[in-house]
Design a protein around this ligand. Structure first.
Ligand SMILES: *Cc1c(COP(=O)(O)O)cnc(C)c1O
Length: 433
């Protein structure tokens, strides 16, 4: 455990001794109206742009300009196998083997494609477990898949609820529900990190419990990829998907990715929706009528991917690799988010509460705050006008994500000062100044 202290000097000291401090310079930091670096805490929604990304994208525009169709083979980074250039870094980020991972499509698309293969309801086993308050797209996907198979969502969708008076789920309660309902459950589909509360689920234990009852375990890693240390292969997760524009910093709407465990790599008995980019590479351009899948995750690809977007993903992943991967990043993240929690506690006020779990193992970069008494939106607006970029989620949540790649301890310190001011806590505020 890090021993934290209050005061600006301590924040400076943490920055001075931060082995990853230099990585901030690799990113463009949005500016406030008066020309200062914004205090950017929105990496959970849209990660910042790595400076190297512009030239990576321009390279592809340049090759297209000069080579036309020959760029497929003759571009500096040939477009035909382009997604393969990302696989190794991507696999490292989610703790997978390269054969289990691919960059393709976007998150909800991948969720549907994977559910086509992995949500195979029968008369007796047809339910899906999700968390209550799941990201809307995930719930829409689950409900529409249930309907697609002619089941009734009222009955087939199980939504895990926190206990009365609690904001987050207890692992024991999740496992108990899986145990109790499991015989009728086809799929357990949870977020890795819950987008609203910031709670990180115990994916290993959940997967084990799901498998113990004969269910498939799938995860939406939108808020976990590039945030947590993941071990999808070792945890035996069946499938997972994620987007690349949040913690992975690949730009708005950029190409996401997915994971299919090696156990399923050659399982052609699983139905899937097929497209030519999933077809065996050696015979793809023979343009034959019969689909022969590539072994592993690549076999679930549909289309030739948008290279301009993949260029941004590739560039962003290279920054993670340069930082030494998820371990050192997570180490800083635990310390940085812990520091935020410490300073918020130091305010010693009942004016707000943290809904994110206290236990660092159960959270990533994000802390979600609720201002009591309904003034949250006004507080949020004050933060915005003070040059803080964070976000507001209805009905009453301010989300903050100190991101280890580009946030400083001083950012956190200044945030807490401004937050205290916005809450009208002037006296208390002095305690953390
Ligand atoms: C951000 C996010 C999405 C977004 O889905 P897209 O298909 O990329 O638009 C979906 N699910 C979760 C849990 C998210 O956090």
């Amino acid at each position: 455990m890090t021993e934290y202290r209050i005061g600006a000097d301590f924040a400076q000291q943490l920055d001075d001794t931060d082995p990853l401090a230099a990585f901030r310079d690799r990113f463009h930091i949005p500016q406030t109206k008066d020309g200062r670096d914004a205090l950017y805490f929105c990496g959970n929604s849209l990660g910042l742009q790595p400076k190297q990304t512009e030239s990576a994208v321009l390279q592809e525009l340049e090759d297209w300009k000069n080579l036309g169709v020959h760029g497929h083979l003759a571009a500096k980074n040939p477009w035909l196998p382009y997604h393969e250039f990302l696989t190794e870094h991507l696999a490292a980020i989610v703790g997978a083997k390269p054969v289990e991972t691919v960059a393709a499509n976007s998150l909800t698309v991948n969720l549907h494609l994977l559910m086509v293969s992995f949500y195979r309801p029968t008369k007796t086993r047809y339910k899906i477990i999700i968390e209550t308050g799941a990201f809307p797209s995930d719930r829409y996907a689950a409900v529409s898949q249930i309907r697609f198979h002619d089941f009734d969502p009222e009955e087939a969708l199980i939504e895990l609820m926190p206990r009365d008076g609690e904001k987050t789920l207890r692992t024991g309660d999740i496992l108990e529900t899986i145990d109790r309902e499991g015989d009728a459950v086809a799929l357990v589909l949870l977020g890795g990190v819950q987008y609203y509360t910031g709670q990180c689920f115990d994916m290993e234990a959940i997967t084990k419990a799901a498998h113990g009852k004969g269910c498939i375990a799938g995860f939406d890693l939108a808020h976990a990829a590039g945030n947590m240390v993941l071990k999808l292969h070792d945890w035996n997760v069946d499938f997972a998907c994620w987007c690349s524009y949040k913690y992975l910093n690949a730009g708005p709407g950029s190409i996401g990715g997915f994971f299919v465990h090696e156990r399923h790599a050659e399982n052609t008995a699983l139905p899937r929706f097929c497209g030519w980019w999933g077809h065996d590479k050696d015979t793809r351009f023979q343009m034959g009528p019969d689909f022969k899948p590539i072994r592993g995750a690549e076999g679930w690809q549909l289309s030739n991917p948008p290279i301009l977007s993949l260029a941004a993903v590739k560039s962003a992943l290279e920054v993670f690799a340069a930082a030494g991967g998820m371990r050192p990043l997570r180490e800083k993240s635990v310390k940085l988010t812990g520091y935020l929690a410490f300073l918020l506690d130091a305010l010693d006020t009942e004016a707000f509460e943290m809904m994110t779990p206290r236990d660092p193992a159960q959270r990533g970069c994000q802390i979600s705050l609720t201002v009591k008494g309904g003034g949250g939106k006004a507080v949020f607006e004050k933060l915005e006008s003070s040059g803080i970029v964070c976000d507001w989620r209805e009905p009453d949540c301010i989300r903050l994500a100190p991101v280890p790649l580009y946030n400083r301890y001083r950012d956190v310190y200044h945030f807490v000062r401004i937050f205290a001011e916005a809450l009208g806590l002037d006296d208390k505020m002095r305690e953390v100044v």
